[in-house]
Design a protein around this ligand. Sequence first.
Ligand SMILES: CC(C)(COP(=O)(O)OP(=O)(O)OC[C@H]1O[C@@H](n2cnc3c(N)ncnc32)[C@H](O)[C@@H]1OP(=O)(O)O)[C@@H](O)C(=O)NCCC(=O)NCCS
Length: 156
Amino acid sequence: MSDSNLTQFLTWEPHTSIETTKALIHNLIDAQQNDKGYHWCICLNDEIIGLASLIDVKRKIRTWTLNRAELSYWIGTHYQGKGYATEACQKIIKFGFSNLNLHKIIVAHAAENVESKSICNKLNFIQYSYEHDAFQKNGTWSDLIWYEKMEARDES
Ligand SMILES: CC(C)(COP(=O)(O)OP(=O)(O)OC[C@H]1O[C@@H](n2cnc3c(N)ncnc32)[C@H](O)[C@@H]1OP(=O)(O)O)[C@@H](O)C(=O)NCCC(=O)NCCS
């Protein structure tokens, strides 16, 4: 998580100390215990090579039932392009629908993030929105492309 090549399109900056990483792990555990987010280390043999998550779990708004979450993922730069993110996300999506009682999973990527776009397509997500100037990072505004997948339409 200290690799600056990883974070161009992510919401966080490279970690500069082990304390930052420990605090993150603490937050992830806390989110999971409170049904706010679920996180999986992606492991190759004994090494953690990435993280994939179902974040921002929303169960209800007043009388509306939502049961939705957002998929997010990263793979260490040395391990990219080998299908690991796609493989991990396929399992996580299944788990989300079967075990977490989710009805919908959404995912978004910066318009320039072609690797992430490829994953969304391989996972059979359906694009539902193109958001202009969705976020600014390092002084530049980026567009976000949003996708959704419903429980009944999960064929992966
Ligand atoms: C996005 C990311 C998770 C992909 O992980 P990965 O394990 O390499 O993903 P996969 O190997 O399963 O698939 C990568 C796809 O990107 C494609 N790809 C890689 N470089 C590419 C490029 N320059 N142009 C177009 N497609 C590209 C690969 O060909 C592959 O698609 P294919 O199977 O259709 O050929 C990884 O690049 C990453 O961690 N990036 C930084 C963090 C990030 O952007 N996370 C997503 C935020 S929305």
